[in-house]
Design a protein around this ligand. Structure first.
Ligand code: ADP
Length: 398
């Protein structure tokens, strides 16, 4: 059994999974866990294996110590990494810019290039580079592979890629729509033709990845022609803590009239907006509770969220010139039948009919939730970004 170690390194955390890429879903995960609060007085690190979770606390001064603690955790649960036939390490990278159109084996040059894209992802890319350096030191004999959130969208058509601002400035500062969540949109959209036994070349799909971050994509013949995230993951749908699409003048207005700084605006729109700004929590389950209690504030938040999803659905149907499949995925897309239903309610004239009974479950396996007469097939297809990353990384194993 070959396994792949998948790492998502953030500025103060490292999430990891040891995965058997030959298996599906939860079965593929040999172990998973995270290191949290790196650099703070008291850090935490954990592992889940065989239904058991171990968590410890310690001061974790840096990523190197954090990852060593993870290796120690593997030994503690009796999983000697030397015996797990780890054939590659897959690193999630948020921003691949114009430099990376597909997964790539990491060497010193690649690390420099990923670091050079930091102005486009200041919170993420520097943290990924830290994780890569540390992981290469600890596991030097196997290939390390960078898998980019943007790669699937690297060839977006100009019409959806370009921001209509002065093009010399856009060029100089690499301002374009890069998209994000690409690993998930690719993984899910590639499963659909197989699941439906349809020719991928003719299939028009709209994918809604509704998690804490949320994005939509329009896929024709297996290739994305549009996606809702832009220069950064801020654009598009309403999210847990991001506002999504907004008139850029709101920024100018608040900076001029409210005296907010650039960094404060960045934090406001990325971390304090979206669902959190409207109900005080970014967790959809809290919104579900408000809805169950007929709370008007909750209803307003729900309506704003649904309105944005519907706006993208309509736009993408027009861009695709029709539609064959709608897919819901990620936390909310998989687990909230109410949200799925609201997003597609009243669209029968567009050929979209949801089967309420089929929809009325949390889904952990691919499921069709449209009626047999619905012109557009509506599905839930659970995503698994770590499994997708492990399969990309496996391609580079010796
Ligand atoms: P991330 O974007 O962090 O990877 P996920 O795809 O795991 O997130 O989705 C997290 C979101 O899913 C959260 O907003 C959470 O509230 C929501 N969620 C999880 N379980 C449920 C549920 N049973 N019903 C509704 N929403 C849920």
């Amino acid at each position: 059994m070959s396994t792949v170690f998948v790492i998502n390194s953030g500025s103060s955390s490292i999430k990891y999974q040891l995965i058997n890429p030959a298996l599906e879903g939860k079965d593929a995960v040999v172990a998973s866990g995270m290191v949290d609060q790196i650099g703070l007085q008291q850090g935490k690190y954990s592992i889940k294996h065989d239904g058991e979770k171990i968590e410890h606390q310690a001061e974790i001064p840096d990523h190197a110590v954090g990852l060593q603690l993870v290796i120690d955790l593997f030994n503690e649960v009796g999983l000697n990494l030397d015996e797990q036939d780890v054939v590659a390490v897959g690193h999630r990278v948020v921003q691949g810019g114009n430099l990376f159109r597909e997964p790539v084996k990491i060497d010193d040059t690649v690390i420099e290039q990923i670091a050079s894209l930091s102005p486009l992802a200041p919170l993420h890319n520097p943290a990924h580079v830290l994780g890569m350096k540390v992981a290469r030191d600890l596991l030097p004999d196997i290939p390390h592979v960078a898998v980019f959130d943007t790669a699937f969208f690297a060839d977006l058509p100009d019409a959806s890629r370009i921001y209509p601002i002065p093009q010399d400035i856009a060029e100089k500062y690499a301002v374009r729509r890069y998209g994000a969540h690409g690993t998930s949109h690719q993984y899910v959209s590639q499963q659909v033709p197989r699941l439906l036994d349809r020719d991928p070349a003719t299939l028009r799909q709209i994918i809604f990845h509704l998690g804490n971050g949320a994005s939509a994509s329009a896929i024709r013949g297996g290739k994305p022609i549009d996606t809702s995230m832009g220069l950064t993951p801020l654009e598009g749908l309403v999210m847990g803590t991001r506002c999504g699409d907004i008139d850029a003048s709101v920024v100018f207005h608040l900076m001029r009239q409210g005296g907010y700084t650039v960094d404060e605006m960045d934090t406001m729109f990325n971390r304090e907006s979206g669902v959190k700004a409207m109900i005080g929590s970014s967790d959809m389950r809290d919104l579900d509770d408000l809805m169950a209690a007929h709370d008007p504030v909750g209803q307003r938040c729900w309506d704003v969220y649904v309105h944005r999803v519907k706006r993208y659905l309509g736009a993408y149907m027009a861009e695709l010139g029709g539609l064959d499949v709608i897919v819901f995925t990620a936390g909310i897309g998989e687990k909230s039948p109410e949200m799925r239903f609201s997003c597609l309610e009243g669209l029968e004239e567009l050929g979209i009919e949801v089967d309420e009974k089929a929809n009325n479950h949390r889904m952990s396996t691919p499921t069709i939730i449209s009626t047999p007469t619905s012109k557009v097939t509506v599905m839930v297809v659970p995503t698994n970004e770590e499994l997708a990353i492990s399969r990309h990384a496996l391609q580079f194993a010796k």
